[in-house]
Design a protein around this ligand. Sequence first.
Ligand SMILES: CC(C)(COP(=O)(O)OP(=O)(O)OC[C@H]1O[C@@H](n2cnc3c(N)ncnc32)[C@H](O)[C@@H]1OP(=O)(O)O)[C@@H](O)C(=O)NCCC(=O)NCCS
Length: 244
Amino acid sequence: MPTSQLLHESHVWFVVPESICTRSKLDYFQSILSAQEHERWQRLHFDEDRHRYLVSHAMVRELLSCYADMQPAEWQFETQAHGKPEIANAIDHPLRFNLTHTAGLAACIVHLNGDCGIDAESISATRNPQGIARRMFSTDEQDRLLQLAGRQQLEYFFERWTLREAYVKARGTGISFPMRKLCFDIAPEKDIRIHFQPDINDCPSDWHFRLLRPTEQHILAVALHSGPNPAPRLVVREYPEYFD
Ligand SMILES: CC(C)(COP(=O)(O)OP(=O)(O)OC[C@H]1O[C@@H](n2cnc3c(N)ncnc32)[C@H](O)[C@@H]1OP(=O)(O)O)[C@@H](O)C(=O)NCCC(=O)NCCS
């Protein structure tokens, strides 16, 4: 896949980890993990978590190799101050990526030049949306959440939660960022705007957001920083289907 495609596009790849189960594929995935990834993978206690970790991290390696002349096992990553991994290899283009994984889904965004973040959550009724919103949402968003109930409330919560996470993952700050100082406007046709309280040093028009529903059970948010340039077109693909 030519990297030049990323001049005007950003690519989101998603996978249902359980859909990958052939022994030969999983053996191959293990063979391309770094020693450090292998160690983290082996430390995970539950089979489901181990499987998701293996598929997610091998997927990142295989995907990145579509965009640069590098074998999947050769990718090296360095961890930024708050844990965000970035590519450490010397490559021709400033490729950026971000990974998310949750029960039943993993997804990776690949972007050129700017910061990018991605977050997926399974819409689960077991969370405590109101409690989390009190700590993490703006007062307007909290008020709106309280007016909703049932599935509508959960969807409202997870849309705003994943957008926040995608934004802080793009910036690389993790949840040390004061999330209550952000607010999202989501128009019915899903045009999404971010607003900051005045003490946040960032420019809303530099950011582009998208909400996706890769499965009935998952909400996925993407945050892209493009500065004064127009928003790249978002191309969404299912990972194993493209490679099979
Ligand atoms: C680590 C954090 C950046 C994302 O956590 P998360 O939503 O649980 O995790 P995701 O699956 O979306 O992303 C994890 C991946 O993001 C990347 N990542 C790690 N730290 C990161 C950072 N500071 N910025 C961007 N990406 C980061 C890594 O590739 C990581 O994968 P790995 O752990 O397998 O190496 C952080 O924001 C966090 O801890 N969030 C709180 C999660 C939470 O409370 N969820 C409740 C939901 S209701």
